[in-house]
Design a protein around this ligand. Sequence first.
Ligand SMILES: *Cc1c(COP(=O)(O)O)cnc(C)c1O
Length: 226
Amino acid sequence: MKKVADNIEQINQVINQACQKSMRNPDEIRIIAVTKYVSIDRASEALEAGVADLGENRDEGLLQKWEVLRDKPVWHYIGTLQSRKVKHIIDKVEYIHSLDRLSLAQEINKRANKTVNCLVQVNVSGEQSKHGLSSEEVIPFIKSLRPFENIRIAGLMTMAPLTDDEHVIRECFSTLRELRNEVQRLNLTFAPCQELSMGMSNDFAIAIEEGATMIRIGTALVGEED
Ligand SMILES: *Cc1c(COP(=O)(O)O)cnc(C)c1O
């Protein structure tokens, strides 16, 4: 496999180009290395190469790596989260990118010992196979979170549809940005909603052009092992 450091260099070039195109500052973009397909060693290599943030989409994967790497990285939980798993990960992660229902918010709020940064997952494209709230549900949902004092809505997250049609992908990301701006205009203290978690290996350049502040990159950054 290619060195993570070499992959980072390539990714940074793409980030810089996308930032130039959209007149953004590359410092605004946080790379989350998605390590779900790779070993603890490979995740360590990413940290040594300068990655600060790791993302996992299953509690088992997160716990295994956490046992070894502990607080070296900032941990992001990016996958579907069952309520009964919350207690296992809650004190280990800094961000949960997949808040998509009230029952989950209730459980996070109950189990948390400190404020947890949550991103609301939005299914912008409306694909059946994807988790997340519809665009229309987002504002009412966020307003309903006011009673949960341990939850801070840090932003919104989405996954673009699987397609080669750049226009469709771009539309998905720009819709999420507009929705984020709408939440910000509500001026809710528990929902500053600054972050846009969008863009993966195949579409992160478009995501950056459309305002992404967190890109979640697996294959292009750490690769895939079996
Ligand atoms: C796996 C995964 C990623 C990374 O996907 P790549 O295409 O390998 O970059 C990003 N976000 C989520 C939610 C994932 O499950």
